[in-house]
Design a protein around this ligand. Structure first.
Ligand code: URP
Ligand code: ZN
Ligand code: ZN
Length: 473
């Protein structure tokens, strides 16, 4: 019996990377890409990819899975259902958040989150941290040690009572990021303005889901984005502004770049495909499904986001998957009740639809090159968070995380998705493609029809230094 040169060979693939598109066979051995070339020797398993585009498996660098919530709220997806859904939509690496509760040690939050992930993930995963209580112990001991151990990115919030930091606290954590080489992600919305507007809306009886967007106009995002940039400039550290929703925040980031500041940015599908009208045009509760922060804006702002994706403003395209049921248990209708918008949990599902939406409406609709698609969905996020070149590229030595695309017409429906949420905001949307195969470390997890993965096969990834940060001597 002849030993095979490879475990798996993908033949005649149209390989897309962030810089090139070329035809090649991909030879996979022991979970890694071992060779790229023409006429590779036979593999133990062969897949004919002739005429099909093959991209790196997606890196979803902003998603929320089984994140502890204030009771009675809870997330619908844990690591098992969330990573299954990710795999079926072409994502092979996820980076959810180990969130510190106020009063909790950061170390304890990380230990608890490992416990939640253990034995459940079917794709590889790393953790960002959320710092909500920057005590001296967190700033001087826990955060530096965790960065050193491979938790090299963290998020801070300028809004939400249970998470927000004041400007002095943000300066303190940014200083830790600068000294220890971490990527600081910032949720930029002005909490006091939101609270002031919310109270006025409530006093006027305007509590339907659509008023969520009125309480969070772009001004509050613009002001906080500018302030985040100023705080980062003061500390002299790069930052990454997450879930940018439209023109006014984009203008602030362009201004910062024009002034030589290292300000990176992320956006998400909801800012390309939803508008504030999806929160409701009347007082019906249905729009609660699309309540997320910042809220979706309008068509003109969608165009601004498309431009930013194409011209290099954005480094990362994430789902911000925050999975809450519409009908209880304890999602958008806590206790089965329709509640005032202030009490509707923020966030929408999207871990499975992120890649197909952008491939279909970006690449196949002629709005984006294939190389740009790869950069935004895989290579960029892997670089931003210290996972490149192992993740996010098709290169010799990289993990064999791949998507083989099926270009075919379909209509998106929640019934075809694999998350544990009872809706998708994109119900009924016509698409031109879906992953035909998702491969993680050489293993087929999704064959276009069935999930073939296994809970527990996903590995935890320690992150290295984010490559977007200046090299440390
Ligand atoms: O509404 C959102 N984005 N929910 C998830 C939490 C966050 O701020 O990213
Ligand atoms: Zn956020
Ligand atoms: Zn988020």
């Amino acid at each position: 019996m002849t030993a095979h040169a490879f475990d798996l060979v993908l033949r005649h693939a149209r390989v897309a990377t962030a810089s090139d598109v070329f035809e090649a066979d991909i030879g996979i051995r022991a979970g890694r890409i071992a060779q790229l070339g023409n006429d590779l020797p036979r593999g133990e398993r062969e897949i004919d990819a002739a005429g099909r585009v093959v991209t790196p498996g997606g890196v979803d660098a902003h998603c929320h899975l089984d994140q502890p919530m204030a009771p009675p709220l809870r997330m619908a997806d844990d690591f098992e259902t969330g990573t299954r859904s990710a795999a079926c939509g072409g994502t092979t690496t996820v980076i959810p958040f180990a969130a510190q509760a106020k009063g909790q040690s950061l170390r304890a939050a990380v230990a608890d989150y490992h416990h939640r992930a253990e034995g459940r993930a079917s794709v590889d995963y790393a953790f960002h941290l959320i710092v909500s209580d920057p005590t001296p112990t967190v700033l001087n001991e826990e955060l530096p040690a965790l960065i050193n151990e491979g938790y090299t990115s963290f998020k801070v919030y300028m809004t939400y009572d249970d998470l927000k930091l004041d400007d002095g606290q943000i300066l303190d954590v940014l200083d830790v990021a600068r000294r220890h080489g971490a990527m600081a992600m910032i949720h930029a919305e002005n909490a006091d303005c939101i609270e002031w507007l919310t109270k006025r809306l409530e006093a006027a009886g305007r509590t339907a889901p659509r008023f969520h967007a009125h309480a969070r106009p772009m001004l509050v995002e613009r002001e906080a984005t500018h302030r985040a940039i100023a705080l980062a400039e003061l500390v002299d550290v790069p930052i990454l502004i997450v879930h940018v929703s439209g023109r006014e925040a984009v203008e602030q980031i362009r201004w910062a770049r024009a002034h030589g500041l290292k300000v990176f940015a992320e956006t998400c599908p909801q800012y390309l495909f939803l508008t504030a009208a999806d929160l409701g045009v009347d007082d019906s509760y249905q729009g609660a499904r699309c309540v997320c922060s910042p809220p979706p804006r309008d068509k003109a702002n969608q165009e601004v986001i498309w431009d930013g994706l194409n011209d290099g403003l954005f480094s990362v395209f994430s789902s911000d998957h925050a999975p809450f049921h519409y009908d209880s248990p304890e999602g958008k209708k806590p206790g089965g009740e329709e509640v005032a918008f202030r009490h509707i949990p923020n966030g929408i599902p999207g871990i499975e639809t992120r890649m197909p939406l952008l491939y279909s409406e970006g690449v196949l609709a002629g709005r984006m090159t294939l190389e740009k698609f790869v950069e935004l969905t895989a290579t960029g996020p892997a670089k931003a968070y210290g996972l490149h070149p192992r993740k996010g590229s098709i290169a010799i030595g990289a993990d064999a995380d791949l998507v083989v695309w099926d270009e075919r017409e379909l209509v998106l429906s929640n019934a075809m998705l694999h998350h544990a949420v009872d809706h998708t905001p994109y119900e009924g949307m016509p698409l031109r493609a879906w992953p035909g195969l998702t491969i993680s470390r050489g293993e087929v997890l999704w064959d276009g029809q069935r999930f073939l993965g296994r809970a527990g096969r996903g590995r935890f990834l320690n992150c290295g230094a984010p490559s977007l940060l200046p090299r440390r001597g």
